[in-house]
Design a protein around this ligand. Structure first.
Ligand SMILES: [Zn+2]
Length: 165
């Protein structure tokens, strides 16, 4: 009985997760963080152009402490771009308050980000990186609001915001 229940839980979570992961890693987002990107810099160059905190997140896959980014409270109209290469990533219209303490969006701009499977911390998560420079931005989860049902949970320090004039 116990193992059957366990099997059903695994089955249910597999059915719950696979479509999202398959869709996210579909042909439109084939680039992975290990691939090649339009913007390429050596590790030394990244250390020079990024602040130590930006470097830890964008190049080192660290996660900023929640509720620390001023972008959590950014509600103006505009575009959120990559702090590493300035590629536009998210429109303010897709930002929502997830209550997590990290800037959250339900959809990136077209061709702005790529995804890869992240198995760090004994969890399987979908990592989101910038399609311009491969910099780590955060993760995407399947518990976001409509119309996509996705929650792009971003490190604010990996983003810059430019308000629409
Ligand atoms: Zn970038």
């Amino acid at each position: 009985m116990g193992s059957r229940r366990q099997f059903l839980v695994i089955l249910a979570s597999a059915f719950g997760m696979v479509p999202v992961v398959a869709w996210l890693t579909g042909p439109s987002t084939v680039r992975t963080a290990g691939g090649s990107f339009p913007v390429h810099k050596s590790d030394e160059e990244w250390r020079r152009v990024l602040t130590p905190a930006q470097y830890r997140v964008l190049r080192g896959h660290a996660t900023e402490r929640p509720f620390t980014s001023p972008l959590n409270r950014e509600h103006r109209e505009g575009t959120f771009s990559c702090a590493g290469c300035a590629r536009g990533l998210f429109a303010s219209a897709t930002k929502f308050d997830s209550g997590t303490g990290w800037p959250s969006f339900w959809r990136p701009l077209e061709n702005a980000v790529g995804t890869s499977v992240d198995q760090r911390l004994l969890m399987v998560r979908t990592e989101v990186h910038c399609a311009g420079c491969g910099g780590h931005l955060g993760h995407v989860f399947g518990d976001g609001p409509q119309p996509t049902g996705l929650r792009y949970c971003m490190n604010g320090i990996a983003l810059n915001f430019e308000a629409t004039l």
